[in-house]
Design a protein. Structure first.
Length: 502
């Protein structure tokens, strides 16, 4: 679908200020939405919101449909009477600029478990009915997820393919026994999902009433160690004996890595998915639309053809392209759910076939300004080569910040950028590049908050192909100033991206 001319900010909720060491869905999230509204922004883009596993990557969650309970605000739980002020009496001094995930979990999980116990003891009949209704409406993914997480805890967080054979194969008797033995743990994981979706839904309602729409990110692949692969092994390419990926996902050598990116996720058995009329994928899109307004499909090109690497390879170099039934999938989704508000992350090795698939459904593609200045005038990321049905970014979560990128760019890129901008100095380069994005013909422009703040590489969110040490950046309360809001507002108005009623 086509989107009106507009702009927004990319910021993952973990980056909010908070007294609990990680951003959450409490007061600072509402303040950020106020900042967006006052700056005349219309979109808030987030990374995947699922519960993260190894490496804390939002792109390797334990579920494609669950929410990350580390984003639950303890202060909002306190407002419900599920926690008391005394529960916050001995909070440690958290790092205000980086998330220490292990420290955060050691503090927040006991708080969440206490809130769960209090809910069981004191929930009103109305709250109990709400909880039961939530569990029923989400049962198609929640039941498997809660059992999966309870079993992971019981197995010291080991991957499901190392569990007892009867659990790996999901034998009914073994599952029934586990449900009985782990009933309290299963209830806890359902409770935190209930609270996540309650808090998120209230925040989303506030955003929508403020004229802000949320762009959510749907990764094409799911983690091997996830409830989805455990519960639906037949739709993934797994080794029949070990249940580990027989074919692993990734991308060939590219801008980010000379050896490609070997993600390790199992690729899909698309033939089996087609036999099931893409039921799992349709359910996944339905789940996403419960809590976001626009879906950004990560690695869109994988729906036309995907890079598959055989098990045992240590890099993504020795892979091969395999065809995927993207057209059949999107037709099935459209027939079931109607025309969806979708953005396509079409970066990487893009062929005419990928472009045809994107254009058939009028999905806007992505343009990234950091990719624009290293070659010739035919570069598709140069603004004069854009079409209107596109989303322009200064950079994405996988890029360095604009200041960090410019400082490390080669002489040719710096020269081309400054010539293009008509600048004689690189001072304030981040605002020059933001202006370039906002002034382009692309219908949508999305700017990472780090670029609006003019931060360097220390604020980078992710280094692709590096498994640990990512996803930690946080900003501090004082940075979202009225002066900053006014500057962004002025540019947004100047380039015709302000809400029409303003």
């Amino acid at each position: 679908m086509l989107f009106p001319r507009s702009s927004g900010i990319l910021l993952h909720p973990t980056s909010f200020p908070s007294r609990f060491g990680i951003g959450d869905l409490g007061l600072e999230a509402y303040k950020f939405i106020d900042f967006l509204r006052e700056s005349y922004q219309q979109y808030w883009q987030v990374l995947p919101l699922g519960p993260t596993g190894y490496g804390n990557s939002p792109y390797a969650a334990y579920s494609a449909m669950a929410g990350n309970h580390m984003l639950i605000s303890p202060e909002l739980l306190q407002e419900q009477g599920l926690l008391g002020q005394e529960d916050f009496a001995n909070l440690p001094a958290f790092n205000e600029s980086q998330v220490d995930y292990e420290q955060v979990k050691s503090i927040k999980i006991p708080l969440l478990k206490k809130a769960c116990q209090n809910f069981q003891l004191q929930a009103t009949p109305f709250q109990q009915n709400e909880f039961v209704g939530f569990c029923r409406s989400k049962a198609y993914w929640l039941d498997d997820y809660a059992l999966f997480m309870a079993l992971k805890d019981a197995h010291n967080d080991t991957s499901w393919h190392t569990w007892e054979t009867e659990l790996i194969k999901r034998e009914p008797t073994a599952l029934d026994q586990a449900k009985e033995q782990l009933a309290s743990e299963i209830f806890y994981y359902k409770f935190v999902q209930f609270e996540f979706f309650r808090q998120w839904s209230e925040l989303k309602s506030y955003a929508n009433m403020s004229g802000i729409y949320i762009i959510g990110d749907i990764p094409i692949y799911v983690a091997q160690d996830s409830a989805d692969v455990w519960a639906h092994p037949n739709i993934f390419c797994l080794d029949e004996e070990t249940r580990e990926p027989a074919l692993m996902a990734g991308v060939p050598p590219d801008y980010f890595s000379e050896t490609g990116q070997l993600w390790g996720n199992p690729v899909y058995d698309w033939e089996e998915l087609q036999k099931q009329d893409f039921k799992w994928w349709i359910g996944r899109f339905e789940a996403m639309l419960d809590y976001i307004d626009v879906i950004r499909i990560d690695h869109f090109r994988g729906f036309e053809a995907y890079w598959a690497v055989e098990r045992g390879e240590e890099t993504a170099v020795n892979g091969e392209w395999m065809k995927a039934p993207g057209e059949e999938l999107f037709d099935a989704i459209k027939n079931k759910l109607g025309t969806l508000p979708v953005l396509a992350e079409d970066l990487g090795v893009i062929t005419p076939e990928v472009e045809a698939l994107r254009d058939k459904y009028d999905f806007p593609g992505m343009k990234v300004l950091q990719f624009a200045f290293g070659s010739d005038p035919g570069n598709p990321f140069l603004p004069f080569n854009y079409r209107r049905n596109a989303v322009v970014y200064t950079g994405t979560h996988d890029n360095d910040t604009t200041v960090g990128w410019f400082n490390q760019a080669n002489h040719w890129e710096k020269r081309n950028l400054l010539l293009y901008l008509g600048c004689i100095s690189a001072e304030g380069i981040h605002w020059d590049v933001i202006r370039l994005a906002l002034s382009s013909v692309a219908n949508q422009a999305i700017i990472p908050l780090q670029d609006i703040l003019g931060l360097g590489t220390e604020a980078r969110m992710n280094f692709p192909s590096i498994a640990e040490g990512n996803w930690g950046w946080r900003y501090q309360q004082s940075v979202l100033t009225e002066e900053l809001s006014q500057r962004l507002k002025n540019l947004t108005q100047l380039y015709g991206r302000a809400p029409q009623e303003k």
